[in-house]
Design a binder for this molecule. Structure first.
Ligand code: GAR
Length: 217
């Protein structure tokens, strides 16, 4: 890993995005309110050149990069390019905020318990391969669950299987569509617990013991 040239007063947060970036916006807003502790969003990396999340980064004056999957022959080469970017950015924390491209295990091995993801369901429900974005809410409605929510967890080798940091439940309404449910899960859960988890990480309040996370008061 590249050596830090100077000691820093804050932790570099790299946010990975692919789409609208409302979770990135929640992080930016929290940072502007001084709620990310010693964390600072220093770079946004998008897997798509036209992601609206890039506009949000620009508006907030945050540098961004685009690293597209189609420019690399396979997942391993793409992951290596991402890893190089993380080193160049001196990443202390990597946040997957609606990042929809698969990375291989070299990433979470290089950043053990230093990469977090927000998932729009209460893990272990509606998670794993194929469960992303609107599909998660379609599956929850199909099953007829009365409660869903969001989870922030560390990323490990298992898809959506890393230690759970925070979860928040959201009630399902009888007339919900995948779109209305997605919006409510974002508003009531994701946009709250993602910045909160980032703050806890940046204040060194998270301890991982085996497969569990302990949060210090
Ligand atoms: C969010 O609901 C996020 O939880 C989900 O994609 C959406 C991105 O929205 N992520 C996943 O499904 C990952 N498995 P955003 O771009 O507006 O933050």
């Amino acid at each position: 890993m590249a050596e830090q040239k100077h000691p820093r007063a804050y932790k570099n947060i790299i946010v990975l995005v692919s789409g609208g970036g409302t979770n990135l916006q929640a992080l930016i807003d929290a940072q502007e309110r001084g709620e990310l502790g010693s964390g600072k969003i220093t770079c946004v990396i998008s897997s798509k050149p036209d992601a609206y999340a890039l506009v949000r980064a620009k508006n907030a004056g945050i540098p961004s990069r685009v690293i597209q999957r189609k420019e690399y022959p396979d997942t391993a080469a793409y992951s290596a390019a991402m890893l190089e970017a993380f080193y160049e950015e001196y990443a202390d924390l990597i946040v997957q905020a609606g990042f929809m491209t698969i990375l291989d295990e070299t990433i979470c091995r290089a950043y053990p318990n230093k990469m977090i993801n927000v998932h729009p369901a209460l893990i272990p429900s509606f998670c794993g391969k194929g469960y992303y974005g609107l599909h998660v809410h379609e599956a929850a409605l199909e099953k007829g669950v009365k409660v869903t929510g969001a989870t922030v967890h560390f990323v490990n080798e298992i898809c959506d299987g890393g230690p759970i940091i925070l979860q928040k439940a959201v009630a399902v309404q009888q007339d919900d569509t995948p779109e209305t449910l997605q919006r409510r899960v974002m508003e009531e859960a994701e946009w709250k617990i993602l910045p909160e988890a980032v703050r806890l990480f940046c204040e060194d309040k998270i301890k991982v013991q085996g497969s569990k996370v302990l949060i210090q008061a």
